[in-house]
Design a protein around this ligand. Structure first.
Ligand code: ASP
Length: 371
């Protein structure tokens, strides 16, 4: 008996199966296709109806979530070690954000490594529900050029919530450094070429960028010593394990005040007005023409966070940035709290794009890649 056109056909031999398929397959396929098409059209309509219903439910759920937001603790990912300058800003900010966000707890989650790329990637992949945020610094604009294989896209993987502050950097050394001013330091650098250890918070970090520019400007190659943040780097600097570090005033001010490190210059184009730092020369006036780095910090949510939630977060940020306690703490550490168009999501996004455009050619011209 001829085999039925079932799987049994295959058992009758390859040639037979092929012939059968060639003759009947097309016809039967033609017939089945039109029946299929009717069924498919029907199914498509049904699926569309279900999808629309689901979309409406999802919108209602998101709306309800946005209305209730925040109803559980928010976590701010700091992509550097605890106790460092980014951590300092995040902790002060978390405190200032609590009240405008209805008293919810805001915890700081330190996810250090790879000059902030690990923490930033974690937030880029997080659930976009407003409960996982990122506080990061200038690295958001330098990493895309400094590190060529970053696992996220700064421009498209985040919702921008606003710039928080601007922070100058200081060039500091181990306490046992024999130099007492920038002129003596530059003589010491010239005399110790090839033997100088320069700490940083990992490739692509602010201290890394500042250190790279410093080496280019002084035409001196130094040995980079990477840490998970400048908190551990400064501990080693105090202990004399490394010689130099370029770091934000939010981290260096207490150590300069306690005379645990020596400070030589600031990286801004004007001297600072903070009483503790006002006598430090700028690197520009010390002879490093055009040397200027100011670190800014911004707050981000994963791309796709509902607009109603990002608005609540931005509104809360704007209240926090006016909080007198927050301003006082930040100013005491040499930081300037943001108070311009960059505190709006659009202004923040445009500013980061402009920073990427500013740093990219400088980094490329210096040929200072991290990988
Ligand atoms: N100041 C660090 C940097 O150099 C980051 C940190 O530890 O917060 O990027």
């Amino acid at each position: 008996m001829a085999p039925a056109h079932t799987g049994a056909t295959k058992t009758t031999g390859g040639a037979h199966f092929l012939a059968w398929n060639k003759v009947f397959g097309k016809i039967s396929c033609g017939r089945v296709r039109s029946a299929d098409k009717i069924a498919a059209d029907f199914q498509f309509g049904e699926i569309m109806k279900k999808l629309l219903a689901l979309t409406a439910i999802a919108a209602a759920v998101v709306g309800a979530h946005a209305q209730d937001f925040p109803s559980k603790p928010i976590s701010i990912v700091v992509p550097f070690a605890a106790g460092g300058p980014t951590d300092r800003v995040a902790r002060d900010l978390a405190e200032a954000l609590r009240k405008p966000l209805g008293g919810v707890s805001i915890v700081v989650d330190n996810v250090p490594g790879a000059g902030s790329s690990i923490g930033a990637a974690k937030v880029a992949r997080a659930n976009p529900d407003g409960y996982t945020l990122l506080l990061n610094h200038i690295g958001m604009s330098t990493i895309p050029t400094l590190v060529r294989n970053v696992p996220f896209k700064v421009e498209t993987d985040f919702e921008y919530l606003g710039i928080v502050n601007d922070v100058p950097m200081t060039l500091i050394s181990k306490p046992s450094m024999q130099a007492n001013n920038y002129k003596e330091l530059s003589a010491w650098i010239a005399a110790n070429k090839g033997k100088i250890n320069l700490g940083n918070a990992g490739v692509g970090s602010a201290s890394h960028l500042c250190g790279l520019l410093f080496q280019t400007a002084t035409k001196t190659e130094m040995t980079p010593v990477p840490y998970k943040g400048t908190a551990p780097a400064i501990t080693d600097l105090i202990g004399g394990q490394i010689d130099l570090l370029c770091d934000q005033t939010t981290n260096t001010s207490p150590q300069i005040e306690a005379k645990k490190v020596k400070a030589f210059a600031v990286t801004t184009n004007k001297r600072l007005t903070t009483p503790l730092l006002k006598d430090l020369p700028t690197l520009q006036e010390s002879g490093l023409k055009d040397f200027q780095v100011t670190i800014w910090h911004g707050l981000y949510a994963p791309k796709g966070t509902p607009a109603a939630i990002t608005k609540k977060l931005n509104d809360a940020l704007k209240v926090a940035l006016k909080d007198p306690d927050f301003i006082k703490k930040q100013e005491g550490l040499g930081a300037v709290v943001a108070n311009d168009g960059r505190i709006e999501p659009d202004g923040h996004k445009k500013f980061v794009a402009a920073e990427i455009a500013k740093w990219s050619p400088i980094i490329k011209a210096a040929g200072v890649y991290a990988d």
